[in-house]
Design a protein around this ligand. Structure first.
Ligand code: NAD
Length: 495
């Protein structure tokens, strides 16, 4: 008989053992200094755990253990099908522990538990599985040559990879990095965001349980300047893969230039636009899709469509429909089964969002709905109309549930406005005309363009940004493997 009792996520949260130690060389350990910092539930303000405040000494220990593990061949030297089997076990363990992981993610990051269960946890598992599965189906290359020579072109793991993560999708972003990095045979040192350390540590424990050898996956918790910078400057780290703000991303290029010129791949901020053309079709449906595109995950999403550029012919209807759909995005307790939006990640971040909303008011944009905080660090879904390109809310990433609608007089002006920011992560285009769809999808300067839907693609499609949104490679798809491998030519003279 089916059990219809609603799951009591609060009871699960009360029963959780929150991690409190870093993972270095296969063991859970305190920081060398013994220092810790608090990690809090942003909705209730309760302290969940004290985690190690790691610094350069801990990063050194982790990088050294990653190097030893790499050189030992315990992971890098396995047949790809053996790494596949271990990563498959890790994906299974993630799914077996999905309620625990979902609740931990929800209370640590303020994300709705229902989203964590339906999206974050399954996608974390499937990402790791996908990259593991791919490994034993990829072939290297043989160059065209005369019969007296053989030119092999092979891909090799880089060695030690540092992964520096953001707080908005803590587990998923970790999977986007460690999935391809581990599958290709590297060892990894992960530095989670200081706001959300807990699930990274739990995933580290599950990796050990799955059979990832000690030292191959390390997790050092701590702050950017204390733990992230030493990783970026480390002389024995071969690559940094980073997801976070453009401001911090730039620093990793400096760190690399000033240290060992390690490879750097950066996935950074966005100010993505949805372009709604005159022939876009069902405006009510588009408004529903676009409410999801900006309000999902509290707008704390790098591809959130925080700008809508609407043709004058559909502008008024779209603004009115957006306000109706914004009302569906109920805010509150992230553990509530009906909650669509939880709190923003921290009081500091809430302050940034509120200040940008104030700048929109001051500069003459019209508040259609929202524009105020709710209880427990929540922020109400906000729609601005009459936004112009000079305004700060048009140019600056808000990273909250705030969308601005801008009127365009023509298709050409709409595309020009969509491209008129420093960012280029994603864009969305609505038109029923197939020729316009192709032409404008190419004209939009963004790493992902979705047509007639808001989408980031799937695990099989590369993800990353143009302009200030990305540098040095892509996450997802087989293309992600390029970030974690070096190309080698082996030329054999047969004469
Ligand atoms: P952030 O740049 O503040 O922090 C990201 C990471 O960098 C954290 O682990 C942090 O501790 C570390 N860090 C901070 N200062 C550092 C320093 N001086 N040296 C080394 N490391 C340092 O970003 P955030 O606030 O955690 O995340 C939000 C940002 O991430 C937004 O801009 C968002 O668009 C972006 N993001 C991008 C993608 C993408 O794939 N393009 C995905 C998710 C989030």
């Amino acid at each position: 008989m089916k059990d219809d009792t609603p799951t009591d996520y609060h009871a699960i949260a009360r029963g959780l053992a929150y991690p409190a130690q870093a993972l270095i060389d296969g063991s859970f350990v305190p920081a060398d200094s013994g220092r810790t910092f608090e990690t809090r539930d942003p909705y209730t303000g309760a302290v969940l755990s004290q985690v190690p405040r790691c610094d350069a000494r801990d990063v050194d220990r982790a990088a050294a253990s990653a190097r030893r593990a790499f050189e030992s061949g315990a992971w890098s030297g396995l047949h790809p099908s053996e790494r596949k089997a271990v990563l498959g076990r890790l994906a299974d363990l993630i799914m077996e522990n999905r309620e625990e992981l979902a609740v931990m993610e929800a209370v640590d990051a303020g994300k709705p538990v229902t989203d964590c269960l339906a999206i974050d946890i399954p996608e974390t598992a499937s990402c790791i599985r996908w990259h593991g599965e791919a490994q034993d189906k990829l072939y290297d290359q043989l160059a065209p040559s005369a019969p007296d020579a053989v030119g092999l072109i092979v891909r090799e793991p880089l060695g030690v990879v540092g992964a520096v993560l953001p707080w908005n999708f803590p587990l998923m972003m970790m999977a986007w990095k460690i999935g391809p990095a581990l599958a290709t045979g590297n060892s990894v040192v992960v530095k989670p965001a200081e706001q959300t350390s807990l699930t990274a540590l739990r995933l580290g424990a599950l990796a050990l349980e799955a059979g990832v050898p000690p030292g191959v996956l390390n997790v050092v918790t701590g702050f950017g300047p204390e733990a992230g910078e030493p990783l970026g400057r480390h002389m024995d780290v071969d690559a940094i893969t980073f997801t976070g703000s453009t401001e911090v991303g730039r620093r990793f290029l400096e760190y690399a230039a000033q240290s060992n010129m390690k490879e750097v791949c950066l996935e950074m901020g966005g100010k993505s636009a949805a372009v709604v053309l005159e022939d876009a079709g069902d405006i009510e449906h588009i408004a529903e899709l676009q409410a999801n595109a900006i309000f999902w995950n509290m707008g704390e999403n790098c591809t959130a469509n925080s700008r809508i550029i609407a043709h004058a012919a559909v502008y008024d209807d779209l603004v009115a429909a957006l306000a109706r759909h914004a009302a569906d995005w109920t805010v509150g307790d992230p553990l509530g089964p009906a909650t669509k939006n939880g709190p923003l990640v921290s009081a500091e971040h809430l302050g940034k969002v509120a200040a940008l909303v104030e700048s929109g008011r001051r500069e003459g944009a019209r508040v259609v709905c929202g524009a105020e905080a709710g209880e427990g660090l929540c922020y109400k879904p906000t729609v601005f109309a009459e936004v112009t390109r000079e305004m700060e809310i048009f140019q600056t990433e808000i990273f909250g549930p705030v969308v601005g609608v801008t009127k365009a007089e023509s298709d050409a002006q709409a595309i020009e406005l969509a491209n008129a920011t420093a960012y280029g992560l994603a864009a969305t285009l609505y038109t029923r005309d197939v020729a316009k769809a192709h032409r404008y999808a190419r004209a939009l300067r963004a790493g992902t363009v979705s047509v007639n839907a808001y989408s980031e693609g799937e695990i099989s499609t590369p993800f990353g940004g143009y302009k200030a949104s990305g540098f040095g490679g892509r996450d997802n798809g087989i293309h992600a493997h390029e970030q974690y491998t070096e190309l080698k030519t082996i030329w054999i003279d047969l004469s």
